[in-house]
Design a protein around this ligand. Structure first.
Ligand code: AQP
Length: 353
């Protein structure tokens, strides 16, 4: 493969990379409109790598059989959402040891104070998550996840912006210290959908681990339950259906969901609701979400009925991912002065004197 000046291998297409943790029994609609929709879009023009972040999930103690199940569910949901394993490498993070190895390199490049400024660690521990060193060093592993694939673009939600910034800093630091080695990635965060809010408290981010069940539309929720949650969404005391996240976060959140799922721009939606009340908005959004989720759930159920095939898809994805990650890691190690291992050949060893 030819190389650009400085040793970064030339690529035919730019690369996109992202991952999600298997920390719940299902992804939620925030994961879908905030990130997954963009994964699907980018696979048309990018060389795409999408993974189940099972190593990150170990920061939350989980029973082994639960983690196994959730890992397959998460992979199945990527595909059900439209990620095409023929075009995108879909794989498990733990199947590629290079992630953890580069994660160590990134940890050694990160100042303690810099890591301490990461807000997700503070937020999650403040909300009761166990504060282990893995959670603290999560951004360094995430930097490795991205940099190991020479990713140009990283489609994520707003909550990952700070982690993307430190990833860029680490890539630039490495390049400055050791010469041009790593691609500095760009976040791909679409403002309108980057932070879907809880239905029951539209001032808080919809979160898989923190939000109450009533505040989250799980992609595997029963349609009746989805409709009930949306119809019970907290709005405000006014009557007007208007996109104004500051003063009308609940109504705006529902409009964003509808716009994301239908492609109708927000101003057009506002006009379409002129003279109507919140009941009409909730009813319509509920119907749209239920309709969108039905084919998704059918595909997910089909994929999960054949775990062998799902594991095969993940194996193919890991093979494709490994072809890239092994090269990047070798490049990084060489730049840092780590000796390459000589191939052991016992027969050619000199016999002891
Ligand atoms: N509410 C959201 N709106 C838009 N995007 C969101 N994402 C998460 N919540 C929203 C994006 O989905 C991806 C999932 O990444 P993750 O598995 O690392 O989980 P997370 O960011 O911590 O979010 P979760 O799934 O809701 O879990 P917790 O319980 O940790 O809060 C990311 O791209 C994220 O930005």
């Amino acid at each position: 493969m030819s190389t650009k000046a400085g040793g970064i291998p030339a690529r035919i297409r730019p690369r996109s990379l992202s991952g999600m943790q298997p920390t719940s029994d299902s992804l939620h609609i925030g994961n879908y409109v905030g990130a997954l929709v963009n994964w699907v879009e980018l696979q048309n023009t990018y060389d795409a790598f999408y993974f189940v972040a099972d190593l990150h999930a170990l920061t939350v103690p989980t029973a082994p059989e639960v983690l196994r199940r959730r890992t397959r569910v998460t992979a199945a949901q990527f595909i059900a959402a439209g990620v095409d394993p023929e075009r995108s490498a879909v794989f498990c993070q733990s199947h590629l040891p290079q992630h953890a190895e580069l994660g160590w390199v990134m940890a050694c490049l990160t100042a303690f104070g810099e890591a301490s400024r990461m807000t997700q660690f503070k937020d999650k521990t403040a909300k009761g998550q166990q504060s282990n060193v893995g959670l603290f060093s999560y951004p360094m592993l995430m930097a490795a996840d991205i940099l190991i694939y020479d990713a140009d673009r990283v489609p994520v939600g707003e909550d990952q912006r700070q982690h993307l910034e430190i990833t860029r800093d680490l890539a630039m630091r490495f390049n400055q210290r050791y010469g041009e080695t790593l691609v500095v990635p760009e976040p791909h965060i679409l403002k309108q959908t980057a932070k879907l809010m809880e239905l029951s408290d539209p001032t808080s981010k919809m979160s898989g681990s923190v939000s109450p069940d009533a505040g989250v539309v799980w992609l595997s929720d029963d349609p009746k339950r989805i409709a009930k949650k949306i119809k019970s969404a907290v709005t405000d005391a006014e009557m007007e259906i208007r996109y104004d996240p500051e003063t009308k976060p609940g109504v705006s959140n529902l409009l964003v969901i509808q716009s994301a799922l239908t492609g109708v721009p927000l101003p057009d939606l506002e006009s379409s609701y002129a003279g109507q009340g919140y009941g009409a908005l909730k009813g319509q959004v509920a119907e749209i979400v239920v309709d969108a989720v039905a084919p998704f759930q059918a595909t997910m159920t089909e994929l999960l009925s054949d775990p062998g095939e799902l594991d095969r898809i993940l194996a193919v994805g890991a093979q494709r991912a490994g072809e890239v990650s092994a090269g990047t890691l070798a490049r990084v190690k060489d730049r840092m002065g780590l000796l390459p291992p000589l191939r052991g050949d016992r027969s050619s060893r000199k016999p002891p004197a």
